[in-house]
Design a protein around this ligand. Structure first.
Ligand SMILES: C[S@@+](CC[C@H](N)C(=O)[O-])C[C@H]1O[C@@H](n2cnc3c(N)ncnc32)[C@H](O)[C@@H]1O
Length: 399
């Protein structure tokens, strides 16, 4: 899949694709499928490549948030070192003095205690470098409509990147109506990857909310590159942005699309929520691939055959809610057992005690983080005769 850069954007550097904690192993798998080496970190995956590779990764990756191209890595024990090293970067090669840029920073260091201050030091360094070399300076501010610079500073180690993405990739642009507690698109894609669904069997998504899991399943089923939705990425503001190369990458991505013979079913008991999911699927161009209907999750039609049944119920974090949700979770075990045999069952939840109420033995419990909530994707093999586990300590099952 790795495509040769056709022009000058050919100097190689380290590329970091960032993602939420828990997603790295699945993102690494996706990068390897695209032909890239993948060094898995806690909240990202490193590889090597050019700015042209960054364009491809922005277009194709379904689980990353940003694609960062490393310009400098150094020890910074004082703010002044950060300024000097940032000023030594030949920024005039990367973007125009007549353009616009923004700086974002992620810092955990005792050297400075405010990420805005660290960002300001980098911004001043960029501006001063431009003034010195060109006599002009680009405008700067908080918008992601121009070039983006990213500072990562941990302890005494600082890394400066060109952020080739800008607005995070998790905002695909199709979710016009968010529903209740929607899942990030990138997290939904990671759940599908982690479930082992091969993109061929059926996907059934009761409690679909805004439809994220069903829509991501449809995109994956037809092999549509998630970046095709977005009109703008920060790499477009870089000097030497290769518009023809970008057009070629988009054409290649379209050629990789395929037909899908399986079925995708999405249901929710709230008619307004379901209407929103349908609109979102329309915006994503996959409405025809999904059978939508309003019903209780337990009445969802599960097509004969195999595939994945995936539910993302509410977690019940407020007082009283958890008790109300217990029958919902225990009913899922019955639904799996009686209606879904032959499928893989999956429940994504941030509430371990409610997860136990499903009452079936999970084959795998995969760690994810949804914002700051420690979550699990529980996977169940649903074969004929799947049994509830005997009750222990008043709980059902062993999740
Ligand atoms: C946490 S949200 C799902 C969010 C979804 N993954 C998304 O990305 O938008 C849970 C959904 O379950 C639905 N729901 C709750 N109880 C239900 C039930 N008994 N049957 C069907 N749907 C239900 C709610 O209307 C809500 O849309």
């Amino acid at each position: 899949m790795k495509i040769q850069a056709p022009n000058t954007l050919s100097s190689e550097s380290l590329i970091l694709a960032t993602c939420p904690k828990g997603v790295s192993p699945w993102l690494a798998q996706e990068m390897e499928r695209l032909g890239y080496g993948a060094n898995e970190l806690k909240a990202g995956v490193e590889t090597e490549g050019t700015l042209f590779d960054c364009m491809l990764l922005n277009l194709r990756l379904s689980m990353a948030h940003r694609v960062l191209f490393r310009l400098a890595a150094f020890a910074a024990e004082e703010p002044d070192v950060l300024y000097k090293r940032a000023r030594a970067i030949p920024w005039e090669r990367y973007f125009s003095p007549d353009g616009y840029f923004t700086v974002s920073a992620s810092i955990q260091t005792d050297v400075v205690n405010d990420s805005r201050y660290a960002g300001l030091l980098v911004k001043d360094a960029v501006v001063d470098r431009f003034r010195e070399k060109t006599g002009r300076r680009p405008d700067s501010g908080g918008e992601t409509t121009g070039a983006s610079v990213f500072l990562f500073w941990r302890g005494t180690q600082a890394v400066i990147y060109i952020d080739t993405t800008g607005e995070p990739l998790s905002r695909r642009g199709y979710r016009k109506i968010p529903g209740k507690a929607p899942m990030q698109e990138t997290l939904a894609a990671a759940c599908l990857e982690a479930s082992g669904w091969d993109g061929k069997g059926n996907v059934v998504n009761p409690m679909c909310g805004s439809g994220t899991l069903a829509i991501e399943a449809a995109l994956r089923a037809i092999g549509r590159a998630p970046g095709l939705f977005r009109p703008y990425f920060s790499f477009m503001a870089l000097a030497g942005f290769d518009e023809n190369g970008w057009g070629m990458l988009r054409d290649e991505a379209r050629k990789c699309e395929r037909a899908f013979a399986g079925k995708i079913v999405a249901t929710d008991h709230d008619p307004r929520v379901l209407a929103g999911a349908r609109k979102n699927a329309q915006a994503a161009g996959v409405e025809k691939l999904i059978d939508f209907s309003v019903c209780d999750y337990s009445e969802t039609h599960v097509p004969p055959g195999d595939g994945l049944v995936i539910l993302n119920p509410e977690y019940g974090r407020r007082l009283g809610e958890e008790k109300e949700l217990e029958p919902v979770y225990s009913g899922m075990g019955d639904f799996f057992k009686k209606q879904c045999s032959g499928y893989t069952g999956a429940v994504f939840t941030g509430n371990p005690s409610l997860a136990k109420k499903v009452g079936l033995k999970a084959r795998r419990r995969i760690e994810f983080w949804n914002a700051k909530i420690d979550c699990r994707l529980l996977l169940y093999d649903l074969y004929d005769g799947t049994r509830r586990q005997p009750a222990r300590n008043g709980e059902q099952g062993d999740n």
